[in-house]
Design a protein around this ligand. Structure first.
Ligand code: NI
Length: 205
């Protein structure tokens, strides 16, 4: 018998494959000059309205003018999210002065538990300029959809405490340009040195 987690995993794989197919199609269609396009303008990113960790309402426009290193996850995540946020922070530390051009952003896909207060305490563990974003379920769903982030609540049916649950979610760091356009992504497992080098290359373009 297939477990619910297996089905969730299968959905994650299907969504990822669909995204990849879309990217290939986009690159092929934009490939008339024989040059491979590395940016997919329409694929990742878009309008969102969320609340930052100070309680202020922000939109995608609030981040225009600076590069944005953005990651979606949740504060109760036992390992993947804190690891990724540490890698982002270490990558920015490696960049020195160049880091000032980049805003690190952490968006919660668990707004039920990730209130403004929770986000404020959490982002303080990482980069001093890290912006934590949360919102209503609908606002978060819209932002996640724009960034092609998959997430799903994984409830343990035997758990006595209903607030004790995990979130399955895709784990990708996106680098967005000062105009809000997608530049590149870093898949899970990219170390800080590689991420810093990737960002540096994008800044020089
Ligand atoms: Ni996580």
């Amino acid at each position: 018998m297939k477990s619910p987690r297996f089905i969730v995993l299968a959905i994650v794989v299907l969504v990822a494959l669909a995204g990849l197919a879309g990217l290939v199609l986009y690159q092929t269609s934009g490939n008339k000059t024989g040059l491979v396009r590395t940016t997919g303008k329409a694929l990742v990113g878009g309008p969102f309205t969320l609340t930052d960790h100070t309680g202020k309402t922000v939109t995608d426009k609030s981040f225009v003018g600076k590069y944005m290193l953005i990651y979606f996850g949740y504060t109760y995540c036992p390992d993947v999210c804190p690891t990724e946020l540490q890698v982002m922070t270490a990558a920015l530390d490696t960049l020195g002065e160049d880091a000032d051009k980049i805003t690190p952003v952490f968006v919660s896909i668990d707004p039920e538990r990730d209130t403004v207060e929770v986000m404020k305490d959490y982002v303080a563990n990482f980069h001093p300029r890290m912006v934590g974003l949360t919102g209503t379920k609908e606002q978060v769903a819209k932002a996640a959809k724009a960034y092609r982030v998959y997430y799903s609540k994984a409830v343990d049916k035997d758990a006595k405490d209903k607030t004790d649950y995990a979130m399955d979610h895709s784990s990708i760091v996106y680098l967005m340009g000062p105009d809000g356009n997608f530049l590149k992504h870093f898949s899970y497992g990219t170390d800080a040195k590689k991420m810093a080098a990737g960002i540096k290359a994008a800044l020089r373009q």
